[in-house]
Design a protein around this ligand. Sequence first.
Ligand code: AP5
Ligand code: MG
Length: 215
Amino acid sequence: MIIVLFGPPGAGKGTQSANLVAKFGIPSLSTGDMFRAAIAAQTPMGKEVKAVLDAGDLVNDDLVNNLVFERLEQPDCQKGVILDGYPRTVAQAKALDNWLQDHHLKLKKVIELKVDDEQLIERRAGRLFAPNSKRVYHKQFNPPKVEGICDLTGEKLVQREDDQPEVVRHRLEVYNQQTAPVLDYYEGEDRLVTLDGMADIEHVFADILKALGSK
Ligand code: AP5
Ligand code: MG
């Protein structure tokens, strides 16, 4: 079961991917989380991509594809995986299809979460993030039990570098120019499902389960 969660920055991909992990027991593969972990660990790849993430631009396709394909080969992905934030360009979508074909696999669904720009900006402004557990919270919409602390690990919550208002606006432009065309690539096949991502977190999750034919 390979599921793509698709949508603009702040649409709720990370939030819903955590719900899917808990429901289906398959891992989530967030390219953004992988890059942030590499930056924090100051690996050569982390050093290479830091400026790109800070600016809100996209990392080059070859690097992203190789990282994802290497991860998909690992044993814990054999039962399935949730792709959060990948593919994000038409070139990545085509490369993924080639990889799937080579491995005799198919995408179960590409789930687009649709959220309007004003709400996206509000969500990012209040977002809090746990660097170790990767859990995502919101000061108002999804607060942790204890202010500033991750429910799971007790670690301190932080704001993401790329949630600065200027970077947020730029990430939205990058999404519209480079990522939204991926929807046309998937359009017309029964793998693309568009859901209302404006509903509250529980409703969005229920809609995702319905789209996957699960309860
Ligand atoms: P990445 O980490 O993937 O960021 P993103 O796609 O820009 O998306 P976000 O993580 O900002 O948002 P989200 O949709 O996960 O929303 P969340 O659940 O947190 O990528 C970061 C960077 O890495 C990119 O800019 C790029 O440089 C690089 N990169 C990554 N993948 C790449 C690729 N494939 N190719 C090239 N470069 C790549 O929710 C947001 C907030 O809203 C939270 O506070 C949450 O609590 C709240 N919330 C969620 N759902 C709801 C709801 N239904 N109602 C109310 N609040 C909600
Ligand atoms: Mg995310």
